[in-house]
Write a protein that binds this ligand. Structure first.
Ligand SMILES: [Zn+2]
Ligand SMILES: [Zn+2]
Length: 328
């Protein structure tokens, strides 16, 4: 089968053996497609040839269950599912502290061999915690947004908001309106938080405006979400957040120097909170919001074929598109 691999810093589509269950509890998924995540881009950019072998590219998978060897959650052959790649142990100190993405099991769990592959193998814990049946009424590239949307939902929860509560007296600003910023805005709307969006790119700000998310430069915001991946955005976040407010750090930055001012955080009593990856219950809520069209995700994705993965990566690095979906 075909599978993407990073070799000497370049993406190659190689021929490799199709994964097999060999009586293990789990499933083989025939991949229909996989989203290209910002974290894949970071991995590609910072890859060093000696550890390229360990890099797993692609985790926003949508596919069909081709073979299954467990009756967990009643999945069966032929089900169309979307999935995430990591699950926590729910037992360790990190898990007890709700830092699920810091759990060792979480970090070490993964799909095999990678999302940009004709088939993948997943285990029983994936089926238990990270796999969701997706509605036929969604396009495959929309189903593949299960995991990225779930990441934003966890960030919204870590900001202190609960789903199904009236959060409308709070307002929020998302800085950085790429695909993840747009999903964050849509997630905030689903949580009934008043949501505004800012981007230095006029084009991106206009796209968000068309989706119903404006920017009011005279306003201060209760919560500011940083999805821009630029340390310059930190200054904007500090300017726009209310005294006593929260800043949610949701992306890495290239030039990771100071950025946040100790005294400003102290004297203004700001809370700086980070959120990295989803926990299983965010995947569950994400499936519910997508399947029931509470979060609508049209026009975010550009479709590429596996042979064009390199182009998808280049276009993403050059901000030519919001999000690439690789049809397998
Ligand atoms: Zn992702
Ligand atoms: Zn754990």
């Amino acid at each position: 089968m075909k599978c993407a691999k990073l070799i000497n810093g370049k993406i190659k589509i190689i021929e490799t053996e199709k994964p097999a269950l060999n009586n293990e509890k789990g499933a083989i998924i025939k991949v229909l497609g996989c989203g290209l995540c910002g974290s894949d881009l970071v991995k590609i950019k910072h890859a060093e040839s000696q550890n390229e072998d360990k890099i797993v590219l692609g985790h926003e998978v949508v596919g069909i269950i081709e073979e299954i060897n467990t009756d967990i959650r009643n999945f069966k052959k032929g089900d169309i599912v979307a999935l995430g790649h990591h699950y926590p142990c729910f037992k360790c100190e990190k898990c007890k502290n709700q830092s699920y993405s810091m759990c060792k099991t979480f970090k070490n769990s993964n799909i095999f061999p990678c999302g940009f592959s004709e088939f993948i193998k997943i285990n029983e814990n994936h089926l238990k915690y990270t796999v969701y049946k997706m509605s036929d009424s969604l396009k495959d590239e929309q189903k593949a947004l299960l995991e990225p949307l779930s990441c934003t939902l966890r960030a919204i929860r870590r900001a202190g908001f609960e789903y199904n509560k009236d959060n409308s007296k709070f307002n929020s600003l998302v800085i950085g309106l790429g695909s993840i910023g747009l999903l964050m805005l849509k997630g905030l709307k689903a949580f009934r938080v008043e949501a505004f969006g800012f981007d230095i790119s006029k084009e991106r700000a206009e796209f968000a405006l068309k989706e119903g998310f404006s920017f009011d430069e005279n306003k201060k915001y209760d919560v500011v979400f940083l999805t821009a991946g630029s340390s310059k955005a930190i200054k904007t976040a500090l300017e726009k957040v209310i005294d006593g407010g929260k800043i949610i750090v949701f992306s890495s930055v290239e030039d990771d120097i100071s950025g946040f001012s100790n005294n400003e955080i102290y004297y203004r009593e700001l809370s700086i909170i980070s959120s990295y990856s989803p926990e299983p219950k965010d995947l569950e809520l994400s499936a519910q919001l997508l399947n029931n069209k509470i979060v609508k995700v049209d026009n975010i994705t550009t479709i590429y074929t596996l042979d064009n993965l390199s182009k998808a990566i280049d276009d993403s690095f050059n901000n030519k598109i919001f999000k690439a979906y690789i049809k397998i």
